[in-house]
Structures are given as C-alpha cells and as structure tokens.
Design a protein around this ligand. Structure first.
Ligand SMILES: [Zn+2]
Length: 105
C-alpha cells in the first residue's frame, strides 16, 4: 500500500484558524495569533505569549520549496499528528481576501 498526501478541501473559519495556527519556519515556529517568534515547532502546545492552544499547523517553507511540500507535511504528520496541516498559500490568500472585504465593507 502506498500512502501519499493529496490536498483536499474543507470549510474553515479563517479567524478561528488564525487564532490557533502554528507557523513552522526553518528552525523555529511562530504563533499566527500574536506573532510570538522562536517557538519550538515540534513540542509547543500552547503559545507562551498569548496562551492560545495550537490546532492547526502550516509552513512557509512548503510554499517557497514546492518540491519539498509533502516532505514537510509528512514531518508535521509525524511530529504533530494532533494538528491539522493547512496549506500556507491558501491561508495567506484567504486572509488577504478577508482583510480586503473588511476594509471595503
Ligand atoms: Zn501567541
């Protein structure tokens, strides 16, 4: 049996995702909610700065190196199986569209 990653679509509340999103960088991770930097992406459960609990994970690197995308997803699945992996470009595009809508509303 060959287990591979395929992107699927699911409806999310973007504000809810932002509030509980851990962003993996090259060495450390950030909190999307309060922008706290330097978190340990492999172990952090709750943001030490704003106390939000992490439910989702994404990686900027998955966008910059699209060939590595699924390796990163696999690592996230391995190290943080309790978190839902969100595609970084989906997240930033949707957040940008929402900000534009809020601005013109
Ligand atoms: Zn935080």
């Amino acid at each position: 049996m060959s287990r591979e990653f395929l992107r699927t679509y699911h409806e999310y509340d973007i504000e809810e995702v932002k509030k509980h999103l851990l962003i993996w960088g090259d060495l450390t991770a950030d909190c999307a909610s309060c922008r706290a930097l330097g978190l340990d992406g492999y172990t952090v459960k709750v943001c030490p700065q704003c106390s939000t609990s992490f439910k989702y994970i994404t990686s900027r690197r998955s966008e910059e190196h699209s060939s590595e995308r699924f390796q990163i997803v696999r690592r996230a699945k391995d190290k943080r199986p309790e978190l839902i992996f969100i595609d970084y470009s989906d997240y930033t595009k949707t957040l940008g569209q929402k900000k534009a809508r809020d601005f013109f509303a």
